[in-house]
Design a protein around this ligand. Structure first.
Ligand SMILES: C[S@@+](CC[C@H](N)C(=O)[O-])C[C@H]1O[C@@H](n2cnc3c(N)ncnc32)[C@H](O)[C@@H]1O
Length: 264
């Protein structure tokens, strides 16, 4: 916690708004998407999706993955508690919705579904998108599937799998000479340095010039900050944007390498 406070103070010190940005690509993203304050009809659906989870007092047996939960001890957890602690915040879900709406990515991958709070934001952000979302805990994934059905969200395929298992053995293997491409990837599970860097390398063959990658919790721990610094240095990465909670990564070849720290 102390680490995160220190890290946040540093972020506040270095962060800027659109006035300090000279790149038209980043300026437009900030002004037309990040800072778009207009209400959208889909925000009400996202809120309902969240509310029904927060009202759900049923418990499920959860399988723990990744860097582990900093909150729970037992493996039996209430749906409402999972939604409150593991899911994306309402403000971030609206931002994710806008990012999807702005870039209109069609082929999306999410690492870490949980109850689908972020998945639903992406699915509504671009209704033409096809989303593959990976979750290692079968009971959590089942709850998510039920919730997506309840809200008629049909452009999502939930895959129950350990992440690296999927990335290494998927039929359209990411190591093939003509791998699947992803227009957007949301990394939100297993917040450890090594795993984050491994997923980065495994998924690198799937980029296009316009791919957008979003890493959650880049300041969660010293390790995650190290992972973020290593990602920024990767040769194929051109622009990065640190919004404290998220690190956005772009691979646009026409763009000089530049790292932005932006308040959202
Ligand atoms: C932070 S939650 C995802 C939250 C979700 N994206 C949202 O905003 O609602 C991370 C999820 O990833 C899953 N997870 C973590 N590491 C994993 C791994 N190595 N393989 C499969 N699933 C994993 C956990 O079970 C957990 O449900």
């Amino acid at each position: 916690m102390l680490f995160q406070i220190k890290s946040y103070l540093k972020f506040l010190w270095y962060s800027k708004n659109e006035h300090a940005v000279h790149s038209p690509f980043v300026f437009n993203l900030i002004t037309k998407c990040f800072y778009d304050k207009k209400s959208k009809p889909e925000y009400a659906i996202l809120q309902q999706y969240r509310n029904t989870l927060l009202e759900n007092k049923n418990s499920i047996e959860v399988t723990d993955f990744g860097a582990g939960s900093k909150v729970f001890k037992s493996n039996k957890r209430e749906i409402a508690q999972i939604a409150k602690t593991a899911g994306i915040s309402a403000k971030r879900a609206r931002l994710l919705f806008r990012i999807l709406n702005y870039f209109q990515p069609e082929n999306i991958l999410e690492l870490g579904t949980s109850l689908g709070l972020a998945t639903s934001a992406m699915a509504l952000g671009n209704k033409n998108a096809q989303i593959i979302t990976l979750e290692g805990c079968p009971n959590t994934a089942n709850q998510c599937q039920l919730q997506l059905q309840k809200f008629n969200i049909n452009n999502v395929a939930c895959v129950i799998t350990e992440f690296s298992e999927y990335l290494k053995t998927h039929p359209d293997s990411y190591r093939d000479s003509q791998p699947t491409t992803h227009d957007l990837i949301y990394f939100d599970g297993n917040h450890s340095k090594q795993a984050t860097l491994d997923y980065f390398e495994l998924l690198l063959p799937t980029i296009t010039n316009d791919s957008v990658w979003i890493f959650d919790d880049i300041h969660w721990s010293a390790e995650m900050e190290e992972a973020w610094e290593a990602i920024k240095k990767r040769p194929k990465v051109s622009v990065t944007i640190d919004t404290f909670q998220w690190g956005l990564v772009f691979f646009r070849r026409e763009q000089p390498k530049e790292h932005f720290v932006i308040r959202v």
